[in-house]
Write a protein that binds this ligand. Structure first.
Ligand code: SF4
Ligand code: SF4
Length: 141
């Protein structure tokens, strides 16, 4: 008796779901709306002069628990410290967002770019140039 009741209950649930809207998304032609705080791949923020806001203070590298950020710096003609090379190894990044939180200049953001699969894993080592380009370029407001 119990089995028949459970079967009928299951059929009722199936019948109910026949009339509800499908939740399947036809990726890649359809995309899911991502929340504002989604943590995708990193991007540098550009200032009005189309240069990176980063001042090579290395706070992001120091607070990174995976130790995946390497920075070299130089002094420009105004004796301001600027980033010469920036390397972020996304292969070992855990997308915790601590680097973004630690940045005193809001120079580093996490974009909504999540399509990070690659045939060559070395393409997931992001250079300064890569952080300044990509599908989403973030501008300082
Ligand atoms: S998101 Fe986390 S693990 Fe990835 S680079 Fe930033 S601090 Fe490091
Ligand atoms: S991204 Fe931010 S925290 Fe990292 S070196 Fe540049 S200014 Fe400093």
């Amino acid at each position: 008796m119990k089995t028949i009741f459970e079967l009928a209950r299951g059929l009722c649930i199936t019948f109910f779901h026949l009339w509800t809207k499908a939740v399947t998304i036809q990726y890649p032609t359809e995309r899911r709306e991502l929340p504002d705080r989604f943590r995708g791949s990193h991007r540098f923020v550009l200032n009005e002069g189309n240069l990176e806001e980063c001042v090579a203070c290395c706070l992001c590298a120091r607070c990174c628990p995976s130790n995946v950020i390497k920075i070299t710096a130089f002094s420009d003609e105004k004796h301001q410290k600027r980033v010469l090379t920036y390397e972020l190894n996304l292969k070992r990044c855990i997308f915790c967002g601590l680097c973004v939180e630690a940045c005193p200049k809001d120079a580093l953001k996490m974009s909504k770019d999540y399509e990070l699969s690659a045939f060559n894993p070395n393409t997931l080592i992001f250079s300064k140039e890569k952080l300044l380009s990509g599908p989403e370029v973030i501008r300082f407001k």
